[in-house]
Design a protein around this ligand. Structure first.
Ligand code: ADP
Length: 518
């Protein structure tokens, strides 16, 4: 700028010096002023920038042309330049009233010196940053719009950089976890992942990240209230406009309700399948059980018909006929008992129990049942021993008590291997209960089966070994519970099992019918 010695002139002079040509070729605006702040140079870039021609402003007071200089506080920089100082300002707004031009510029101020080094004026190099500023504003606006959208979206959002570390979480995520952005950034977020899901979650993330491919995964994430929720996380790689990998972005939704529904549905399906299987098994066992006495009955009848046929050569004597009739009767009783069990089992499962309680002596009732049962125990070669210590008074349904005991005695004979069966009935006065124990010395019951054998159709033996419908103990349990009592089985120290039925003695404890299971 030291070279400007001639009087000020406009930029279009046809005989411009090399130096002037350079000044006018500059893409940045160049403006010079004298000590009175009058414009002495105005290059073409200034014309382009501010829409004011050089010939119109040369010699004009700079602050008349640029009144906004005062408003933006740049006057001291102009006077500073005249005092020999250099200064810069960035991102200044401008507005030229004559042309209406608006924008932003960076300005660099400095003095102009004469041959002796004395200050003869000042200069301003003006760099137009309007386009850059608008681009920045657009980027800021886009960023703000993204953040507003991200915070309003009904999903949890995260963004990771190229190193895999998370660098952004939306407000929904922060509200969900109840943690701050600082706590979540990097790999802080993984502290909230359930310990059991942590490894799988990390593996999926790292594998997808390395392969730059989308992923979908479910893991449990701790919510602000400490509850772990099932989160479905979808991540996709993101790229810059030039196609460079920029990291990942992911969105998550809480699918806990869906997962719980699915689990409930699966449980229900498993239960239903179990019930169907049990029903199928029951039908096959029941058919087998019913066929056995029916086949015997059929054979007995056929034999009788043969004997009665006119062609028969077999002499019929009274003794043979009686044996045949007795055998047929036994099979019919067996059939009757089977059908009764099936009907009672089904009634108890579907309708519950309608009790007819009355004051009775339980010890007496048990002895009566045992007396009737002795013939069956004898046939099996099992000795029956009853122990009571006086009357046990209470209010119970006698028919139910009889059924409970008959079923337990029947099992003691069936599974007792012909060994003695002991029954004892006692009052447990402190608890106002009556306790009946039926003990056998047979095969015993494995601990794992001791609960389930009280359910419908549940058995701990195969039907090839010992026949049965799996209903006896179910009936015992239902009838006992209907009286407000309970039944359990324990192992005997010397082998075998003891079934313990505990019944409250007062009618107040009698329960309404129990709901059935499928
Ligand atoms: P069922 O005898 O017709 O199979 P229950 O419901 O009476 O049906 O008994 C269920 C299962 O409990 C039996 O299949 C058997 O495995 C087991 N069980 C019952 N009582 C005894 C017992 N006294 N000793 C050994 N096992 C028994």
């Amino acid at each position: 700028m030291n070279g400007i010695r001639e009087p000020a002139r406009a930029c279009t002079h046809p005989t411009s010096s090399l130096f002037e040509q350079l000044v006018h070729a500059s893409v940045d605006g160049v403006l010079a002023f004298d000590p009175a702040l009058r414009i002495t140079l105005w290059n073409r870039a200034m014309e382009r920038l501010f829409g004011v021609r050089g010939k119109d402003v040369i010699g004009q007071p700079l602050l008349d042309v640029f009144p906004f200089f005062r408003a933006i506080g740049e006057v001291p920089r102009l006077t500073g330049a005249l005092a020999g100082e250099h200064a810069s300002s960035h991102g200044l707004p401008f507005h030229v009233p004559e042309t209406g031009r608006k924008g932003f510029f960076d300005a660099h101020y400095g003095p102009l010196r004469g041959e002796m080094g004395e200050v003869v004026g000042g200069h301003v190099i003006v760099h137009d940053v309007t386009a850059q500023r608008r681009a920045d504003d657009r980027a800021t606006e886009t960023e703000e719009r993204f953040r507003t959208m991200a915070d309003c979206a009904p999903v949890l959002l995260w963004m990771a950089g190229t190193n895999g570390e998370c660098e952004y979480f939306n407000q929904v995520w922060l509200d969900f976890t109840g943690r701050t952005m600082e706590e979540e950034l990097g790999i802080g977020w993984s502290e909230g992942v359930h310990a059991e899901d942590f490894q799988a979650c990390m593996d999926t993330f790292v594998d997808a990240f390395n392969a730059r491919r989308p992923f979908e995964m479910v893991y449990r994430l701790r919510r602000h209230d400490g509850a772990y929720r099932h989160i479905l996380d979808n991540g996709v790689p993101r790229y810059t406009p030039l196609g460079a990998f920029a990291g990942f972005i992911g969105s998550c939704i809480d699918i806990t309700d869906r997962v719980e529904d699915d689990t409930r549905r699966k449980e229900l399906v498993t239960q239903l399948e179990g019930a169907l299987r049990a029903r199928e098994e029951f039908i096959s066992i029941a058919s087998h059980e019913l066929r056995t006495p029916l086949t015997s009955l059929k054979l007995h009848t056929q034999r009788l018909l043969r004997w009665l046929s006119p062609d028969s050569t077999t002499p019929i004597d009274h003794e043979r006929l009686e044996r045949l009739a007795t055998a047929s009767h036994h099979q019919m009783v067996r059939l009757e008992r089977l059908l009764e069990s099936m009907l009672t089992g089904s009634r108890l499962a579907n309708e519950g129990v309608a009790l007819e309680p009355m004051a009775i002596d339980l010890a007496r009732a048990v002895r009566d049942t045992i007396e009737r049962f002795e013939i069956v125990a004898d046939a099996a070669g099992a000795e029956l021993v009853v122990v009571t210590d006086g009357p046990v008074e209470g209010t119970w349904d006698p028919a139910c008590i009889d059924q409970i005991l008959l079923n337990l005695l029947m099992n003691a004979v069936k599974y007792g291997e012909g060994r003695p069966i002991e029954v004892d009935v006692r009052a447990d006065d402190p608890r106002a209960m009556a306790v009946v124990r039926v003990r056998d010395h047979g095969r015993g019951i494995a601990e794992r089966d001791r609960e389930r054998i009280f359910e419908r159709f549940e058995r701990a033996v195969s039907s090839n070994e010992v026949s049965g419908l799996g209903l006896g103990l179910f009936i015992v349990k239902r009838l006992t519970e209907a009286h407000g009592g309970h039944v359990r089985v324990e192992a005997c120290a010397d082998g075998g099992s003891v079934f313990v039925v505990e019944l409250p003695r007062s009618p107040a404890s009698i329960n309404p019918p129990a709901p059935s299971r499928p």
